[in-house]
Design a binder for this molecule. Sequence first.
Ligand code: HEM
Length: 444
Amino acid sequence: MTMTEALIERDYFSDHEVLKDPYGFFDAIRAQGPVYRPPGRDYVIVTGFDEALAVLRDHEVFSAVIALQGAAAPLPFQARGADITAEIEAHRLEFAGGDQVVNLDDEPHSRLRAFINTLFVPSRLKASEAFIEAYCNDMVGRAVADGGVELIGSIATPFVTMVVADLLGVPTADRQLFMDAIARGPVPGALDGTDPMAGGGEHPFAVMGSYFYGYLADRRAHPRDDILTEFAHAKYNDGTTPELHDLVQLGMFMFGAGQDTSAKLLGNSMKYLVADQELQSRLRTDPTLIPAFLEEVLRLEGSTKQTARLARKETRIGDVAIPAGTKILVALSAANRDPRRWDAPDELVIGRKRIAEHVGFGRGKHVCAGAPLARVEVRVILEKFLAMTTRIELDRAMHPGGIAGLSYEPSFIIRGLEKMHITLAPAAGFVAPGLAARPDMIAT
Ligand code: HEM
């Protein structure tokens, strides 16, 4: 058996070797063709860039109903015939998260998506950025004052939870409770098959949802001058008012969607910075390069490895015939390294031409709604880390195996480090947050 044969036979959804190096796995799959059904599987994997775009953009033919459960999970019905649109709708609620925005199709999706987009208008983003600036100053400042930190659990996760809490207007006094609930929650797309909604009343969405319901009910009865009141009274484009339940569900989805994704993007970006001190110095000297660096990290190691679609009509992708009912793993991380689209695809190159075309945030109608916010939050926190330090390194005492020994969250959706301890050498003139600038506080 050749190496490639051994690789393509591995199970993407449960194999821990594939978890470590999904790129090698997808390269081996791509070598068989940009659209390929692995031996013994009932789904196809799309690794080609053009083919991935073709799937993500064709909303007529491809349903998003399996985006959350993934391509490996069985369908709740037997697909028959050349068009299964009606069956999908009849069984929609039997799909994991079938009524969540990312899984919806057609008019129900467009209606909800237009509503979500109102959360990300420029004025709202500006207010978020001001919050992010202040919060990062304090959080990163404290880490630098300590000389180091565990980036993922102590910084990235609470940070991104706070950003969504701020976006949705969760009262400051309750934010810690939201952070604690999220920290206890299950991994999305768990390799061990854990139900993402397991945990009943203890599930973070149940805990946070009941608070959220309370805020919104209160604001509907007693409007105030705050974001929650705006949210509670917002209307769909057609002038109708959403049910409270739907608003709560949407709020919880925002916490989920903006959680591991953004937190892990920060970790993945930092991994490249500690691996290459020259790159780190370059960005520290010229922070205007940070956005281009982030786009390249999103391409090279974006935090969403894949999504999934279900062919609701008989079709073709490239030259492969696709019967209705075919489940499709759209390997975003592979499309982003397709050598037919990207020169030197495995290298980090700042300033690539047409880098914005990467599919790290997906494409088509379901393209990430929170992308502008994710870009701001990760850019600002990296700016702070670089500005407050002279050198950031992987803490070798905590990670004796170095970068190659770091471990990844066991998820088929998310690409991101579980933990990353870093050491932080303060910049000249660094002043710890909350302390007045005194000469004895300034590092030399
Ligand atoms: C680096 C961070 C992020 C990455 C890599 C990311 C990635 C993605 C991807 C790939 C999709 C498309 C899924 C599909 O087509 O099946 C998506 C959808 C979505 N994301 Fe993000 N996301 C990030 C951050 C965020 C944040 C911060 C929020 C909100 C606060 C958010 C909210 C959403 C929503 C609401 C959708 C569903 C859009 C729809 O179905 O119309 N995301 N995200």
